[in-house]
Design a protein around this ligand. Structure first.
Ligand code: NI
Length: 272
């Protein structure tokens, strides 16, 4: 494995735990590595790698349109394992260990592309709202832009302190069950006026807890905004109190259908 080159300061660790997010301005990568990764990234999105398996899809649409408004690929390193042999992976892991402890492990990775002059906003949400309600998570995400990510290209925004809240109720965008992306219900329990935008240079990173409220605006620039996200966590535990994430149970997305079809096909092939 590649040796990490970055450590964060005690002040940064304290800031993260207090505010629920952290922006790291220095690059986790190198200019040459970013060129290489952008090449892989663009190829995966041209192919929409994982489409048939339901792991590539339009996060903010129904997959009916010829061009996705917010294309996402889950597990890009499955299609390009060399992505895990990079300096930014090593640095993201090292920072995650500083924040979560030495037993922390890599979870999944994903990629969210906002095409130039396009790319729907990713509405306010908590990542944990997508996950298993019976599990108590201790995890964070590292969000790395592969090119400069100014506010107008759709960098992340956070509401400080919201990592201490429970998961609030969510709904799919427009209450459309065909759409995967979730949006937090309007509530007086949070105050968006304290939100902080975190523009970054290429290879910088933001980190956030699984419950920190965050949002990314549309891409108004003439260049694609490529974000690579890696999840880390210490082993989750079973929750004593159950939760009901009913907003996921009601979904009927084209990607679920493709995933089910691909699974049935694999099972039929194994049975033969
Ligand atoms: Ni998110």
């Amino acid at each position: 494995m590649v040796a990490p080159t970055i450590t964060i300061s005690a002040d940064e660790v304290a800031f993260y735990h207090r505010e629920g997010y952290l922006a790291v301005a220095r690059s986790l990568s190198t200019p040459d590595e970013l060129v290489m990764v952008r090449g892989i990234y663009d190829r995966l999105f041209t192919e929409m790698a994982g489409w048939e398996q339901g792991s590539a899809f339009d996060l903010a649409g129904t997959d009916d349109d010829s061009e996705a408004s917010l294309p996402q690929i889950l597990g890009p390193s499955k299609w390009a394992p060399e992505l895990k042999e990079t300096l930014y992976y090593a640095n993201a892991y090292a920072i995650a260990k500083q924040l979560l402890g030495p037993e922390c492990q890599m979870g999944g990775d994903h990629a969210i592309l906002k095409p130039a002059f396009k790319g729907s906003p990713a509405p306010w949400h908590q990542d944990e709202a997508y996950w298993n309600p019976d599990i108590e998570y201790h995890s964070l995400s590292v969000w790395v832009p592969l090119q400069d990510a100014p506010v107008e290209s759709g960098c992340l925004h956070f509401v400080p302190g919201t990592h201490r809240m429970e998961v609030l109720s969510h709904h799919t965008i427009g209450h459309d069950p065909r759409i995967h992306a979730l949006e937090i219900d309007p509530s007086d329990r949070y105050d968006l006026s304290t939100a902080v935008a975190c523009p970054l240079r290429a290879g910088g990173a933001t980190l956030h807890y699984s419950r920190t409220m965050h949002y990314a605006g549309p891409n108004l620039t003439d260049r694609p905004r490529r974000a690579y996200i890696i999840g880390f966590g210490i082993p989750p535990t079973r929750r004593a109190e159950p939760r009901d994430f009913y907003w996921n149970a009601g979904k009927q997305t084209a990607r679920q259908k493709r995933a089910a079809d691909a699974l049935a096909k694999r099972q039929a092939e194994t049975a033969r």
